[in-house]
Design a protein around this ligand. Structure first.
Ligand SMILES: [Zn+2]
Length: 422
């Protein structure tokens, strides 16, 4: 029970949210630069993690706004028997026709999705981690430029046995050096619309600080992104986006965990229901079976995690803290816990928690592997010395695993190499 405490509740659409910068290592920040706190931000714990799920709430708003701008360009991609997510970093959106074909492929042979649609907020983090030599990011496109911002890209954990199936459903497997990656080329490439969506959201929430809504990632946008609320703005998309009864707006915890290791997750959830979720609401495995992520030290039983100790009011937010222990596996394995919130005998909402258990020595890296080098846009990457992004030298950042700056410099060398090849 002590692990399932409810740490904080805030008013619906409250301003007191963790800012985008919370995911950066404290060692990589300077006061007044990357970390900015609203007055109650400390209620949400700050970590130096490697999962883009820390900006999930903001990313959902951006995805919804993109769909407002051009309907069907991004629709919700729900998990099913044939489509499983391998971590909480997977944002559940995709172009409608790409989604249709992915679901068909999955129904033919189950696909395990490492990464799908990414927003400019997620790419902003990946680009920063890449520049800082963190999180196992081998290459990252500038925000606005990643092929995962196209709405028609997916990375599969089980790619090697799914190439034919995916091809049979119009998914191209043709990016050299990026075997996990597939593109649905008959869907439109909507790169940049996420940038425009962010700009529109920013202006809606900051009428006295409006920026150009040109869809171009530049210094103005970068500066606002840095200060954007990770769990979402007070005012989200305007065209009637469907709110789920429970929306997970932030996950603080690893995408990848080593076999046998314990991991902690803080799930910030929004209660979009008309009723409060009372104290004592049970958090249990939805199908009632013993779960592989069971932590004997903190869970009530293998089928039950614990209970809410404080109510989450209708329209409010709360944070659920829980620990898991990764099962002993000898190969990369995606494991999930589909949690049900049960008030009395009624299931009021569900949460899908997913993690990849890795014996490959890459625990605590990002599930979003690097972008295709051809997609990086080397000229733009080098041109950002105009102040869009702090340089490695300015940041003076050292990876906690060592050699961070060196890795980042390797990245810069690759960019330079590519520039010369042009
Ligand atoms: Zn990819």
């Amino acid at each position: 029970m002590r692990y399932e405490r409810l740490k904080a509740t805030t008013a619906r659409f409250g301003l007191h949210t963790a800012l985008l910068a919370v995911a950066f290592s404290p060692a990589c920040t300077t006061p007044g630069d990357d970390v900015e706190y609203s007055e109650t931000t400390h209620e949400i714990s700050v970590t130096g993690g490697c999962s883009t799920s820390v900006v999930r709430g903001l990313s959902i708003q951006i995805a919804n706004e993109v769909d407002c701008m051009s309907p069907s360009s991004l629709v919700r991609l729900e998990q099913s028997a044939g489509v499983k997510f391998t971590s909480s970093a997977v944002l559940p959106y995709m172009h409608s026709t790409a989604r249709t074909d992915l679901v068909k492929a999955g129904n033919s042979a189950r696909v395990l999705v490492n990464s799908g649609y990414r927003t400019v907020a997620q790419q902003y983090l990946l680009y920063r981690w890449f520049r800082e030599g963190r999180c196992g990011i081998t290459a990252a496109a500038l925000p606005g430029r990643s092929n995962h911002e196209s709405g028609r890209a997916v990375d599969l954990q089980n790619w090697s046995s799914r190439v034919t199936t995916m091809r049979n459903h119009h998914w191209s497997h043709s990016v050299p050096g990026d075997p996990v990656h597939f593109d649905h080329l008959s869907s439109p490439d909507i790169r940049g619309r996420d940038v425009k969506a962010f700009q529109r959201l920013w202006n809606r929430n900051h009428p006295s600080d409006k920026i150009s809504t040109d869809g171009v990632y530049g210094p103005q946008t970068a500066e606002r992104l840095k200060r954007a609320p990770a769990t979402g703005f007070a005012k989200g998309a305007t065209c009637g986006a469907v709110h789920r009864v429970l929306e997970v707006v932030q996950v603080e915890g690893p995408d990848l965990v080593a076999p046998g290791a314990r991991a902690h997750y803080a799930l910030t959830i929004t209660n979009n229901d008309v009723a409060d979720w009372p104290a004592g609401t049970r958090i249990a495995i939805a199908d009632g079976t013993a779960n592989a992520l069971y932590d004997a030290d903190s869970w009530t039983s293998p089928t039950e995690v614990g209970t809410l100790v404080e109510a989450i009011p209708a329209g409010g937010q709360g944070v659920i803290d829980l620990d898991i222990v990764a099962p002993m596996v000898t190969e990369r394995t995606a494991v999930s816990a589909d949690l049900a919130l049960i008030a009395g005998t009624t299931t009021v909402a569900t949460i899908d928690l997913a993690v990849t258990v890795t014996p490959d020595g890459d625990a605590d890296t990002s599930a979003d592997v690097g972008d295709d080098l051809e997609d990086i846009g080397a000229d733009d990457g080098l041109a950002d010395e105009d102040g869009v992004m702090p340089s490695v030298e300015e940041g003076g950042c050292q990876s906690t695993r060592g050699g961070g700056a060196g890795l980042a410099l390797v990245g810069l060398a690759l960019l330079a190499l590519r520039r010369r090849r042009r």
